[in-house]
Design a protein around this ligand. Structure first.
Ligand code: NAD
Length: 267
């Protein structure tokens, strides 16, 4: 790992208390980035920030529900004030709650769309406003959104989640067009099946709705039947692509969603 690859990059990550957001935070910090971590779970963010600081890095934290614009704005400001500016925004916070198609309720649909789609839109807007205030640089500011294999297809037991991740792809595409004049790029990555706390809950929920018979089998069965590489992934599998998108190596890219799924979706 190059400790200077992300030197000087001041970044804010939503949903940074655990899972992929936390793994990316530590990986970016180890490569020289300064990290603002925000999440509804502030204690989790503080724990990751402490690990970053003990490894010699810089980190600040803020409690944020991404469905609340004021809280996002506060985290953007806190990160920019602490590090001097904001260069990279990673909209990673996300939730899922599977239900079979005919059982999907308004509440289920709205809650998932609120966090995964509206939360990303507001994260993009508040980060972009801060970047625009800072003025144009000769290198781009970067907004990175976390999509999914379900940005490109839909499963019958997670239709609202699939809608929300299709919306993330639309915002990568439309956001890239809207923000290019400010020298802000918008890209994203789409994980497949990743062993995180999110999937541990999903595994239980999938059994509860009758999609799988036993807890603990969903990841292995999906790996066997749907993943070309025949294994599910870990947060470590996504951090490299996330770092590439945050680094100057991706400066000439915008509007792209890179799949990191072991070969589940090819487009
Ligand atoms: N795990 C997978 O298989 C998988 C696959 C594809 C995409 N994703 C996406 O990757 C991202 C990270 O997922 P993960 O698996 O690491 O999940 P995770 O549950 O381990 O972590 C998600 C974090 O987001 C936070 N969060 C949830 N709602 C929030 C809100 N309203 N405001 C602020 N923070 C909130 C949670 O507290 C948690 O810390 C999500 O966008 C998810 O949809 C996950």
């Amino acid at each position: 790992m190059d400790p200077k690859r992300l030197a000087g990059k001041c970044c804010l990550i939503t949903g940074a208390a655990q899972g992929m957001g936390a793994a990316v935070a530590e990986h970016w910090a180890a490569q020289g980035a300064k990290i603002g971590l925000c999440d509804v779970n502030l204690d989790g963010c503080d724990e990751i920030a402490e690990r970053i600081r003990s490894a010699g890095g810089d980190a600040v934290t803020e409690k944020v529900d991404v469905t609340n614009r004021e809280e996002i704005t506060r985290a953007v400001k806190k990160t920019a004030d602490a590090f001097g500016e904001l260069n990279v925004m990673l909209n990673n916070a996300g939730i899922n709650k599977p239900l079979m198609f005919l059982d999907v309720t308004e509440e289920n649909f709205r809650k998932i769309m609120d966090v995964n789609a509206l939360g990303v839109l507001m994260g993009m807007q508040e980060a972009a406003k801060q970047m625009i205030r800072q003025g144009k640089r000769d290198y781009p500011y970067k907004i990175i959104n976390v999509g999914s294999i379900l940005s490109r297809q839909a499963f019958d037991d997670v239709v609202p989640y699939s809608c929300s991740k299709h919306a993330v792809l639309a915002m990568i595409n439309g956001g890239a067009k809207a923000l290019v004049e400010h020298n802000i790029t918008v890209n994203g990555y789409g994980p497949g099946v990743v062993h995180t706390e999110l999937w541990e809950q999903l595994d239980k929920d999938l059994v509860a709705i009758g999609k799988f018979e036993k807890e603990g089998e969903s990841m292995d069965l999906l790996a066997e039947n749907m993943i070309l590489m025949k294994r599910y992934s870990l947060p470590e599998d996504v951090v490299g692509t996330a770092a590439f998108l945050a680094s100057s190596e991706s400066d000439y890219m915008t509007g792209q969603l890179l799949m990191i799924d072991g070969g589940m979706v090819m487009q």
